[in-house]
Ligand binder design. Sequence first.
Ligand SMILES: Nc1ncnc2c1ncn2[C@@H]1O[C@H](COP(=O)(O)OP(=O)(O)O)[C@@H](O)[C@H]1O
Ligand SMILES: [Mg+2]
Length: 262
Amino acid sequence: MTSQRMIEFVHVRREYRRADGAHVTAVDDVSLIVPEGEFVCLIGPSGCGKSTLLQLLAGLDAPTSGSIVLKAKEIEGPGPERGMVFQRDSVFPWMRVIDNVEYGLKCRGVRAPERRRIARDYLARVGLTHVEGAWPRELSGGMLKRVAIAAVFANGGEVLLLDEPFGALDYVTRRQLHDVLLALWDTPGATRRTVLFVTHDVDEALTLADRIVVMHSGRIADDIPIAAMRPRNDDTLATPEIIAIKHKLLAHLGLQTKGAHA
Ligand SMILES: Nc1ncnc2c1ncn2[C@@H]1O[C@H](COP(=O)(O)OP(=O)(O)O)[C@@H](O)[C@H]1O
Ligand SMILES: [Mg+2]
């Protein structure tokens, strides 16, 4: 286990000027250090700045002030060491499944036989070998997410930015995808990717995260380590410690939990 710092937000601020002239501070003086290999879930009410923070880290947007440092180098734009998956539109509809998974490798100049081998390996690991030649339109929503996850891992990015990737899926599919994602993240012998995963689902955050960062009005309102052992299941998530954290998170989201003992 290494604790080398992978990402550092230093007093990051992002202001927008809306069409009506109003100023919005989407991210307000965020400072945060994420060590290599950590799985961080970002949670907070709608509009609190989660997606903005991810876009800034992706290099798709720039801070109004402050800086974001990735492996000791300030971010100036997008790069292949950062992969993204969004809630929608994370696969190219005009490419077959296997070509979607290979795309990033192709962009990086990896030769055809090698990238096919890597893509097939990741497709197998997300359980999609049987549809490698299919078109995205032929797949279910859950299968499309498997393709997107296979692609982002196959591309080899050390940092994965996932913005509510499972938000539109049904409960059962979402839970299956948690297992798929964690199996790839926690492959024995492989270096763990550093993950920033945005969600508004408390149970999802508790299932996945090493650490849950709570945002509120553009600021970090809480930063909670989750020490529960892995793999986690409904029992490991039912300990008094985790239930206490769950109540705290729900309160952060404005949901008062009546009858909480914790
Ligand atoms: N491009 C933009 N122009 C103007 N306002 C924006 C823009 N992007 C985000 N905002 C505003 O910034 C705030 C944070 O948005 P966002 O990061 O999308 O929140 P979240 O992902 O937590 O729901 C919101 O008030 C939103 O309306
Ligand atoms: Mg968002």
